[in-house]
Ligand binder design. Structure first.
Ligand code: CTP
Length: 406
């Protein structure tokens, strides 16, 4: 695919990898794109604007507040005109500013003004990429639909080796193509996604819950929307912001979740139950705060199994469940798939650090009712979400011709 007729903004920020943006710019130009380069102040320390101006054939933007510059008022028009913004390299500082909506120079202001899709290409020292602050900012941006590439692993400018290298130009161009022409393979589908934990009250101030963050479910909702689906997101309490174009139904308890799910079930073509539903609720919820300093016995009663109920009631809906396991993952998950009577089960080992509950990454096993099993390698939840959706579409397409076990 050529990039002929594409109007792009290439933002360059102050990383040692800034010189590699020159090669990226040359390739974008070779593919026919018209590119306006926007340099952060620190990027200018690494590569001068003349190089970018010569290769792009346009003046280079950098200082929003330069009174001499007519560009100062241009950013809104430019943001409206462009088909995509690529920030390459994107420093940890730029990711932080973008995640928090800070607009203190031309590039960050453009990022706020633009409605075009954004591709971030991070490059930084390995330790920085792993830092929880950077990981949280990346997760925020991905949650908003920004595509953030994973850096390559290898030798870094610091002399160390690790994850943080600027990816190959061809990989960036490939990602840009996907950003420019997103796959709309879920257009016409209506997804019902549940996410997060449920909270089962004990008294007015206390509850039973679990460590689910909702990231996997929200990631699925964002990915499905990008791929053209209509999405209803039914979520227990989380710290996440729901994607603006989803129908959002906040719930607290498993019973509320059940009601909301059954209410929306008929419209759904695909149901994905990523929520970690509390298995039990307190039989007698106290209407007043229970006083401490004495033994307390709570009588618990099982919550309804929403997933099994959906599977029993559905007509043509494709039903996906999740399994949180701590041991014998494959065997437990296979048994769960069968007892619940669903089409696909996404199993993850929640005993492993760094994946599963409240983590940025996941490493899952996909088991389907036709006997298929596929292990996905560890990757960010946004990428796991896309892989699950592709798998669902593949299974559904093959379902008509496949033999269903008796
Ligand atoms: N689930 C549900 N309703 C429940 C419990 C679980 O809909 N009351 C769904 C979850 O959303 C998930 C799947 O069932 O998609 C499996 O959840 P999990 O907690 O792994 O399994 P449980 O059914 O609770 O079984 P167990 O706790 O015995 O492993």
């Amino acid at each position: 695919m050529s990039l002929e007729g594409r109007e792009l903004i290439l933002g360059v920020t102050g990383s040692i990898a800034a010189y590699k943006a020159v090669y990226l710019l040359r390739e974008l130009g070779r593919l026919g794109a018209s590119v306006t380069v926007c340099l952060s102040e620190h990027a200018r320390e690494f590569v001068g604007p003349l190089t970018f101006r010569t290769l792009s054939g346009r003046s280079v933007l950098s200082n929003l507040f330069d009174p001499q510059s007519a560009d100062a008022v241009e950013h809104v028009a430019l943001a409206e005109r462009c088909h995509a913004i690529v920030v390459a390299p994107a420093t940890a500082n730029l990711l932080a500013k973008a995640a928090h909506g800070i607009a203190d120079d031309f590039l960050t202001t453009l990022l706020l003004a633009a409605r075009a899709p954004v591709l971030m290409v991070p490059a930084m020292d390995g330790g920085m990429w792993e830092h929880p602050a950077v990981a949280a900012n990346v997760a925020t941006l991905r949650g908003r639909g920004v595509t953030v590439l994973e850096p390559d692993t290898g030798a870094l400018a610091s002399g160390q080796s690790g994850k943080g290298r600027f990816p190959e130009v061809d990989d960036i161009v490939e990602a840009l193509r996907r950003v420019l022409a997103p796959i709309r393979d879920l257009a016409g589908d209506r997804l019902l996604v549940t996410a997060g934990p449920t909270r089962e009250p004990i008294d007015p101030v206390r509850y039973i819950s679990n460590r689910s963050s909702g990231k996997m479910g929200y990631g699925l909702a964002v990915a499905a929307l990008r791929r053209g689906a209509q999405v209803t997101l039914i979520s227990g309490p989380t710290a996440l912001t729901p994607p603006p174009s989803a129908v959002f139904v906040p719930v607290q308890t498993a019973e509320e979740m059940r009601e909301a799910v059954l209410h929306h079930l008929d419209r759904a073509t695909i149901v994905i139950k990523a929520a970690a539903v509390a298995d039990y609720r307190v039989l007698q919820v106290s209407s007043v705060k229970i006083k401490g300093k004495r033994d307390l016995t709570l009588e618990l009663t099982p919550n309804p199994d929403i997933l099994a109920e959906i599977a029993a009631r559905r007509t043509n809906t494709f039903v996906v469940g999740f399994a949180a396991e701590t041991h014998d993952v494959a065997a437990n998950a296979r048994a769960k798939l069968e007892t619940k009577g669903i089409d696909l089960l996404v199993a993850n080992d929640v005993s492993q650090a760094g994946i599963g509950f409240d983590a940025e990454d996941n490493e899952v096993l996909l088991l389907d009712r036709w006997g298929g099993a596929r292990a996905l390698p560890r990757m960010p939840k946004a990428a796991v979400a896309d892989a699950i959706l592709s798998h669902v579409l593949g299974l559904r397409a093959g379902a008509a011709t496949r033999k269903t076990p008796a």
